[in-house]
Write a protein that binds this ligand. Structure first.
Ligand code: GLY
Length: 290
């Protein structure tokens, strides 16, 4: 690693609840991240192997695709917000909010990512004798040299799925069956033209340590406003819903465009109450700034 220069990215190779990535601005920070992962074992076994990556600068874009061998059917692109605080400040989290579609990102960039990154990946898996069937998540960065890959996951993204799946008009089970039966290429997959914005409500202290068991109020009010509420870190205790994780709820507003969806998401986020609740107030702001 000392042959490289900062900024540089250090990732635990195993699962770390979305917290295993350090974007080190100095080599000292990078060495500390390596020490924490490999010696202090803050992520347990997940830090036994690390990945050291080039730092990519630009806007993030996530493209989830239904894949059936070489057939790739991309879903509408979404954008996550990984740092915990407004303005992309603070440590990375599993994702503090998302929105879809991305009106400020030209379709040509999405198409380039699909043609130059995702389809060749599916094709390479087939030619290696391990065809993939399922949802392939591509985490991308739109750099000044075009889209580049940050990571792939063999699953839906969180909180990307929360803003993409509500826009799906075709029955998801039909798509899954078509993928499994080698018929994905024949299926007409339809998406609604509406926009969706998801705001994550997090526990006090997240992404560091956080308390559990705080009572959540206002869920029915938020739902009555038309929001979709996804429970991520909650539990039912003595008839009440309480916090039980770092990212507690995903609150999704839908509307004719990002501005409408966003104000509905924030109205619902404000209607939900628990002690220590915090969330970013600038989810989807980039789309409105253009
Ligand atoms: N939102 C990023 C992920 O699901 O990996």
């Amino acid at each position: 690693m000392r042959g490289q220069s900062a900024p540089i990215v250090i990732k635990a190779d195993g699962l770390a609840a979305g917290k295993g990535v350090t974007v080190a601005k100095t080599m000292e920070e990078a060495e500390k991240a390596l020490h924490d992962m490999m010696v202090a074992k803050v992520f347990g076994e997940s830090g036994n192997r690390v990945v050291i990556e080039e730092f990519l600068e630009g806007q993030e874009m996530s493209i989830l695709s239904f894949v059936d061998g070489e057939i790739v059917r991309p879903m509408p692109a979404a954008q996550d917000h990984k740092p915990v605080f407004d303005g992309d400040k603070g440590p990375n989290t599993g994702g503090m909010g998302t929105y879809s579609p991305l009106p400020h990102i030209p379709q040509s960039i999405v198409d380039e990512a699909v043609e130059r990154i995702i389809k060749p990946t599916a094709k390479a898996l087939v030619s290696e004798g391990r065809p993939f069937r399922g949802v392939l998540f591509a985490g991308l960065m739109i750099t000044k040299d075009g889209p580049k890959t940050i990571e792939f996951n063999a699953r839906m993204g969180d909180p990307e799925a929360q803003v993409v799946l509500p826009r799906l008009e075709t029955d998801l089970v039909d798509i899954i069956l078509a993928s499994l039966n080698g018929r994905l290429g024949e299926l007409d997959i339809r998406w609604s033209g509406e926009a969706a914005v998801c705001v994550i409500l997090a526990s006090e202290g997240y992404p560091g340590s956080y308390p559990k068991g705080r009572e959540i109020e206002g869920l029915a009010d938020a739902e009555a406003q038309g929001a979709l509420i996804f429970h991520a870190g909650t539990a039912s205790r003595d008839g009440a819903i309480v916090t039980n994780g770092g990212r507690v709820l995903g609150v999704v507003g839908r509307g004719r465009g990002i501005a409408e969806a966003r104000s509905r998401a924030y109205e619902a986020a404000d209607a939900i109450r628990f002690e220590g609740k915090h969330y970013r107030t600038d989810i989807a702001a980039k789309a409105l700034r253009g």
